[in-house]
Design a protein around this ligand. Structure first.
Ligand code: FE2
Length: 230
């Protein structure tokens, strides 16, 4: 019998929206903590932003157990240069090779298909957007499934649907939705209890979710801390 996770804490290290007292640029990076591990999901564009914000927020990079890269765009992997300096050999699970990560001292592991990385932590596996591959992260808790996305180039609704097929209803979906259509947002609302459009989602998507699905909308920005379950 497997033991589930009782709670999660998500800290937004950087989002496009600035946060008081923190550095900020265009990018996305969050740390997810449970009673069993700490995971870094994406690492923003700039090392100096990640260095400053981790120190200011009080996250010790040495405590990170492994990392996930959603896809090979600079606004998600740039800050791994600092992570590699601070924790050589840290494992980074990614959907296709990004050669520079190894030169920064990180160990890369390519995810080929949907899989469990450690107990209750799953990758959706790569979804395609033309030649780009992107994965998202699913955390299975006791009574809640959390889906963390990077930029959603393959379509946020496609990613949510895959996650739903893998684990069932989604408690919270958070991350960059890549300027989604209203139809895409309507689709994900059917599978998700809470929706947190961030990074490249755009104000149009944020306003649409806030107005149409107000009880589901969760606003985040650089420095936000989310404790789950609410
Ligand atoms: Fe992005």
């Amino acid at each position: 019998m497997t033991e589930g996770l009782n709670s999660l804490k998500i800290t937004v290290l950087n989002d496009n929206e600035p946060g008081q007292g923190l550095r900020n640029d265009w990018g996305w990076s969050v740390v997810i903590e449970s009673e069993k591990w700490k995971i870094l999901f994406d690492a923003d564009t700039r090392s100096d932003v990640i260095e400053y914000n981790t120190k200011k927020i009080g996250i010790n990079v040495q405590d990170i157990d492994f990392a996930i890269l959603s896809h090979g765009h600079l606004d998600h992997y740039g800050g791994f240069e600092y992570i590699g300096r601070m924790k050589r050999g840290l494992k980074v699970y990614l959907p296709e090779n990004v050669g520079i990560l190894e030169t920064w001292g990180l160990e890369t592991i390519v995810i080929e298909k949907p899989m469990e990385i450690v107990e209750n932590v799953l990758s959706t596996g790569p979804l395609k957007a033309f030649s780009l591959r992107e994965q998202a992260l699913i955390i299975k808790g006791n009574g809640f499934n959390v889906l963390i996305v990077g930029c959603s180039h393959p379509g946020i609704d496609k990613i949510v649907e895959r996650a739903f097929e893998m684990v069932g209803r989604i408690y919270l979906v958070i991350g960059g939705f890549h300027g989604p259509s209203k139809k895409q947002l309507d689709n994900i609302s059917r599978f998700s209890d809470f929706i947190s459009p961030a990074h490249c989602s755009g104000n149009g998507a944020k306003n649409y979710v806030r107005n149409k699905f107000n009880e589901k909308y969760l606003m985040v920005r650089t420095g936000s801390i989310i404790k789950i379950p609410f």
